[in-house]
Design a binder for this molecule. Structure first.
Ligand code: 4G0
Length: 254
């Protein structure tokens, strides 16, 4: 996947070259290029912002440098064009996975109080928010988006989806994790996990996923479709006796 980022602060993206994403870049799985919006301004003072028509606080990014930056970025590059904005649809795991399938992306990072609407109307396919809060600029939001979707580009992680990710897709929070030593500062890891009994471990983990979700994210818990086993684990219902395999279907059907 090839990502072009339009930003007034290209130097903010330097940390992306470190860690997993840097490895993905070296392996040719992912490329992140920045385009400096200021390089495209026709203003004699190199300004990329101006006062809002109608008055009000702050500054607005002007349409001209954005238009020319998009013209440059899209030449010979067909890509989905995304504005990071608090007005966008909130990023989800599902959306990150879908966007990871795109060949190319162009991310626009806004600054000041916003972006001239005409540049948005001319160029932006989709607005995405990383959460309900306002940042100084879209750069950190773009980096969050890049990280969330790069994980789903085949090969970037060695392509193992984490258990936490899989449970999240199910609408459940992950169970707590423990590793050696079995006792630390007198605190024992749960005996169920030390037992080596596969069925017992599975049941313990499932119960924790359900109770953690109910406690911490009642909004997610409400939407779950609990299985009969889940309801038993939560103590909502009695264990039903397993029906024995029938030896006489004719009688059963009467
Ligand atoms: C565009 C994204 C960009 C419009 C960007 C602000 C939060 C997020 C910006 C605005 C951002 C997010 C209308 C204030 C830059 N802040 N939650 N700031 N407006 O994803």
């Amino acid at each position: 996947m090839r990502i072009k980022v339009l930003t007034l602060f290209p130097e903010m993206f330097a940390p992306l070259s470190a860690s997993i994403l840097g490895r993905a870049e070296k392996a040719g799985l992912l490329s992140v290029e920045t385009l400096d919006i200021r390089a495209f301004t026709n203003d004699k003072h190199r300004r990329c912002d101006d006062y809002p028509f109608g008055g009000g606080p702050g500054m607005v990014m002007t349409a001209q440098p954005l238009h020319d930056a998009f013209l440059s970025a899209t030449r010979g590059f067909a890509a989905r064009r995304v504005l990071l904005s608090p007005k966008g649809r909130t990023l989800t795991q599902r959306r990150a996975m879908e966007l990871a399938k795109e060949e190319g992306l162009i991310l626009l990072c806004g600054h000041y109080e916003g972006v001239d609407q005409r540049a948005i109307d001319l160029w932006v396919d989709e607005e995405i928010s990383i959460g309900d809060y306002v940042l100084t600029g879209g750069e950190l939001a773009a980096m969050v988006l890049i990280d969330a979707l790069a994980r789903h580009v085949p090969g970037v992680l060695g392509d193992e989806t984490s258990a936490a990710e899989e449970s999240f897709m199910e609408g459940l929070l992950e169970y707590p994790q423990y590793t050696r030593p079995a006792e630390f500062l007198g605190l024992r890891a749960p005996e169920e996990l030390l037992s080596g009994a596969h069925k017992k471990i599975e049941a313990w983990r499932r119960e924790k996923m359900l109770t953690e979700t109910r406690e911490r994210r009642p909004d997610l818990f409400e939407k779950l479709e609990l299985s009969a086993d889940d309801r038993v684990l939560l103590g909502l219902e009695e264990r039903k006796p397993r029906r024995r395999r029938s030896q006489n279907r004719e009688r059963d059907e009467k």
